[in-house]
Design a protein around this ligand. Structure first.
Ligand code: GN1
Ligand code: MG
Length: 359
């Protein structure tokens, strides 16, 4: 599909003169487009394998971004969906693919924090995101991926793949599968607390990787969070946990040398501080469960990489044949380290809670 032709369906300022691939997302294809007036946009193809109903997904994104926009002074603090000339939030091409356009926000994203302050800023950004949506009517949001962070259901799905072993990879991943299965009870902890009502449902982002936070070029402060495809009702511990999994790890998500992967407790504390300062509405129980959120999100993402490897790499974009397996191993190594450091995480959360909330 021609970029120029695609872009012509949207209400852009000018005509595209250049474009290139952008970012490191594992799901959607993202292109940065510049027009002859100097305007810049993000054009994205929505992954239909992952998101089964792009139209309802886009209505979520529009509802949430419109809502946030009325609550911030600086327009850069909310993503802005560019409508098509027909007034829709998406364009469906002749092959049935769905495209959308955002204003390109000036700023940058990081794949790893370059300083404590960078990571602190991402904690503030995701804490603030949750805080801003505290009164948003959660029940109006469509579940873009049903049971997304239902870890109990993730185990069911993994067992299905193990059972069918569709591409014959199971023999090479027995140790990893056993490790994950040995943590099944633990993995269901938060989901059970959600069902019992011990933990409240909130509007959460659900994909809180550091590279989904936009930082201002001059001040390096967080402006807004990106990638709103999975904004749904969820648990605060999951949002906190996914940030820790990605940003407080000592190695990249796909580092091949497992000895490099561990949890950095100092970075854990840095993020906790930013998150708790901004997410003011969390209950004491939610705060208490944040370390468990870190462990369970890491376990869950490790499980998902492992399942996708067993399935033959259907879900996540991969750069080489073993990529998902490498990712799974790295995550499981981090889970083991988090287990060993669970008491330290709890102590830090309690310390930060006291200093932020004064009691
Ligand atoms: C995917 O799209 P991206 O790269 O921000 C995935 C997350 C995983 C993450 C692992 C919709 O996020 O759930 O945690 O990869 N998003 C979806 O890096 O499945
Ligand atoms: Mg992303």
């Amino acid at each position: 599909m021609q970029i120029k032709q695609l872009a012509s369906h949207f209400q852009l300022d000018g005509t595209p003169i250049s474009w290139r691939e952008f970012g490191h997302g594992h799901i959607n294809s993202t292109i940065r487009v510049t027009t002859d007036t100097g305007a810049e946009y993000i054009l994205q193809k929505i992954n239909k394998y992952v998101f089964r109903d792009p139209i309802r997904l886009m209505s979520n994104v529009v509802a949430v971004t419109d809502y946030i926009r009325t609550r911030v002074e600086d327009p850069r603090m909310a993503l802005h969906v560019i409508m098509t000339k027909k007034g829709r939030s998406y364009y469906r091409d002749s092959e049935g693919e769905f495209w959308r356009v955002y204003d390109f926000l000036q700023g940058f994203c990081l794949d790893a924090p370059e300083s404590d302050e960078d990571f602190y800023q991402s904690g503030v950004a995701f804490g603030r995101f949750q805080d801003m949506l505290a009164d948003f009517p959660a029940e109006t949001l469509y579940e873009t991926i049903p049971e997304f962070h239902n870890t109990i259901d993730r185990y069911r799905q993994l067992k299905e793949s193990v059972e069918t072993d569709p591409v014959g990879r199971l023999d090479s991943v027995r140790d990893e599968v056993n490790f994950v299965l040995a943590h099944e009870e633990l993995g269901g902890t938060l989901q059970k607390m959600r069902i019992s009502g011990e933990l409240p449902l909130r509007v959460t982002h659900n994909d809180t990787k550091l590279n989904n936070v936009m930082l201002d070029r001059k001040t390096r402060k967080a402006t807004c969070v990106l990638d709103l495809d999975t904004v749904m009702p969820g648990l605060s511990a999951h949002d906190f946990g996914d940030s820790i999994r990605f940003g407080a790890a000592t190695a990249a998500e796909d580092e091949q040398d497992l000895s490099k992967m561990s949890l950095d407790l100092h970075m854990f504390e840095v993020y906790t501080k930013g998150f708790l300062e901004a997410a003011t509405a969390l209950t004491d129980k939610e705060v208490e469960m944040l370390p468990m959120g870190a462990l369970i999100m890491t376990l869950e993402v490790g499980l998902r990489f492992l399942k996708d490897y067993i399935d033959g790499d259907l879900y996540f974009k991969t750069a080489y044949p073993e990529h998902n397996l490498v990712r799974a191993r790295t995550q499981l190594k981090l889970v083991a380290d988090m287990e060993a450091k669970m008491d330290d995480m709890k102590r830090i959360v309690e310390k930060v809670r006291k200093s932020v909330r004064g009691k």
